[in-house]
Design a protein around this ligand. Structure first.
Ligand SMILES: Cc1cc2nc3c(=O)[nH]c(=O)nc-3n(C[C@H](O)[C@H](O)[C@H](O)COP(=O)(O)OP(=O)(O)OC[C@H]3O[C@@H](n4cnc5c(N)ncnc54)[C@H](O)[C@@H]3O)c2cc1C
Length: 391
């Protein structure tokens, strides 16, 4: 159990670990093979354990906890299965723009429904021509008296057909570039709103991914979130907030791979000795452990900084996402190498963990794009230091 957790946080982590051991690990392989959405597991998490988006404030029926507690939850879920974890956590991502920019009425209507486990949210930002370059959206929202008409296609949206409410980003003023992007709440079953076919993926196969398709889809003007032209800012704020939790989920994946490798290395006998007696294996395991623990500390720090509203929180969550996302794949890959041919076989969980881990350096911003942001921030800091020295 890592240090610096309160008794409540330790209890939360233990509860989710027990749930993961009992409800997720026994079925993860089957969910992966059948590419089956884990509806029953999500239902138990939100209805029995009351863990739907723990950061929803109490006034909207939420637990009123922080991003840090969310990070602890997803770390444990991802230790069992990153697909299940993604399917669970995306509701928080979809809801966050509403929490940032929604009116009291919007929060009462949507955040409360998510908190009570009645509805699931999804996040509709990416398009075929706007992945890393999210300022290049093509989906439009045209205002006509008391409605907006949406046209366009959102690509690779997690829980697309499983969700009930969607934060959708669309262009309201093409001339203004990113400042012409707005964010809207769209409800399922709105005429003109349909879904594409289920995507076939390398990993996180039980998490559903589809297009959101808008064809002359009319939504009430009151579904605009915050102000017109502020959508880009809401998207960045949402992603800054969620990246610390993605980093924590990457720590969970790496932790799982490490545990599997340690157990295997202790039991696998070659040349009459367990392979863990070989220094080359010992060093591999030590390196993996260092990556897991350093990543955990960075992810926890980032999550705590978000909850403290620390001015550097976005830099830390970006660093944590880049670092832990890459570590998860590295650690899983080393674990598979330690297991040799057995690791390559589907009878053992590590091949799934490796396939799953790859997404952590892609979704919610690729590692390269995170590094761009870290570098930009670093340069800004150096400039400010020089200015201070001159004073
Ligand atoms: C399984 C899955 C689930 C997803 N779920 C959601 C979701 O729920 N909602 C949603 O809105 N989106 C979702 N996404 C989209 C995801 O966030 C994007 O895939 C991601 O942001 C990267 O965009 P891209 O794939 O178009 O890559 P591109 O932007 O085309 O990048 C391709 C490559 O070029 C590099 N690159 C691009 N620009 C730069 C740059 N300026 N500097 C350096 N390198 C650069 C990238 O790092 C990458 O290696 C999901 C994606 C996947 C695969």
């Amino acid at each position: 159990m890592p240090l610096f957790l309160t008794d409540e946080q330790k209890a939360l982590k233990e509860t989710v670990r027990k749930f993961t051991e009992e409800e997720i690990i026994p079925v993860r392989q089957e969910l992966d093979e059948k590419e089956e959405y884990p509806a029953e597991i999500i239902n138990k998490l939100v209805k029995d354990l009351l863990l739907a988006c723990p950061f929803i404030p109490e006034e909207y029926d939420g637990a009123g906890l922080g991003v840090f507690e969310s990070a602890l939850i997803v770390e444990e879920l991802a230790r069992g299965c990153l697909g299940v974890c993604t399917a669970y956590a995306v509701s928080g991502l979809g809801l966050y723009p509403i929490l940032i920019a929604g009116t009291n009425e919007q929060k009462l209507k949507y955040a409360s429904a998510v908190a009570r486990g009645e509805k699931i949210a999804a996040f509709g930002l990416t398009e075929s021509s706007a992945g890393s370059d999210i300022g290049n959206l093509k989906t439009t929202a045209v205002k006509k008296s008391d409605i907006y008409v949406l046209n366009g296609v959102k690509q690779w949206i997690t829980s697309a057909s499983k969700a009930d409410i969607y934060s959708v980003f669309a262009v309201t003023d093409r001339e203004r570039g990113p400042r012409g992007i707005s964010c809207f709440i769209v409800e399922k079953d709105t005429p003109g709103f349909t879904f594409g076919a289920k995507e076939k993926k390398l990993g996180i196969r039980c998490s559903e991914t589809r297009e959101l398709i808008f064809e002359d889809c009319e939504i009430p003007a009151e579904n605009l979130l915050g102000r017109e032209g502020h959508g880009f800012r809401y998207a960045l704020e949402t992603l800054n907030h969620s990246r610390a939790a993605v980093a924590a989920s990457a720590v969970g994946v790496a932790q799982a791979a490490l545990e599997i490798a340690v157990n295997y290395a202790s039991e696998r006998i070659q040349y009459d000795n367990p392979i863990s007696s070989l220094q080359v294996i010992q060093h591999k395991l030590a390196d993996m452990s260092i990556l897991v623990e350093s990543g955990r500390h960075l992810a926890y720090t980032a999550a705590r900084m978000i909850d403290m509203k620390h001015p550097s929180h976005s830099r830390y969550s970006t660093m944590a996402k880049a670092y832990c996302g890459e570590n998860a794949f590295t650690v899983a890959n080393t674990a598979l190498q330690i297991m040799g041919g057995y690791g390559y076989m589907r009878d053992f969980p590590i091949e799934k963990i490796l396939r799953d881990a790859k997404i952590l350096s892609i979704y919610e911003g690729t590692t390269e794009v995170q590094k761009n942001a870290v570098f930009k921030d670093l340069m800004k800091e150096m400039k400010n230091r020089k200015k201070l020295k001159k004073c």
